[in-house]
Design a protein around this ligand. Structure first.
Ligand code: ZN
Length: 138
């Protein structure tokens, strides 16, 4: 069995951002030369997510509005976590949107449903953060 690992780096302009990383993941799979296997993509930070959904900007705004309603950033004093930090809301948002995705690789390609795309969800941005891509198979 072969395995291949790479990091994707992000430093978003905004505190909360959704970034389509499908092409970057495809590129890692291509480099791995793995034809049949699995691809794990996970955020390496506890205030960011990796998830699969539709590449539709209205939906992305819906996600942001919904998350902000569930766990508003302000006032930061409402959270017990925010004694030395101000990112409690980002931890909660990440928990809702998930840590990772696993996608099957078939004939060297991501074996997606019709509208599936992979996204990086940033909830405490403006600093360097990593995503792990690990490809395993034959
Ligand atoms: Zn924190």
């Amino acid at each position: 069995m072969k395995s291949h690992r790479e990091y994707l780096w992000f430093n978003t302009d905004k505190r909360m951002e959704i970034v389509n990383i499908t092409e970057q993941v495809r590129e890692v799979i291509k480099q791995s030369k793995i034809q049949e296997g699995l691809c794990l993509v996970n955020a390496m930070h506890i205030t960011a997510s990796v998830f699969i959904n539709d590449a539709e900007s209205g939906l992305h705004q819906d996600f942001k509005d919904w998350l902000e309603e569930l766990a508003p950033h302000e006032p930061v004093s409402q959270y017990r976590h925010n004694t030395f930090e101000d990112n409690a809301d980002a931890h909660l948002k990440r928990q809702v949107m998930g840590r990772e995705v696993v996608v099957a690789i078939t004939e060297g390609e991501l074996d997606f449903g019709p509208w599936e795309q992979i996204f990086y969800g940033e909830f405490d941005g403006k600093r360097d953060k990593r995503v792990l891509v690990k490809v395993m198979g034959e």
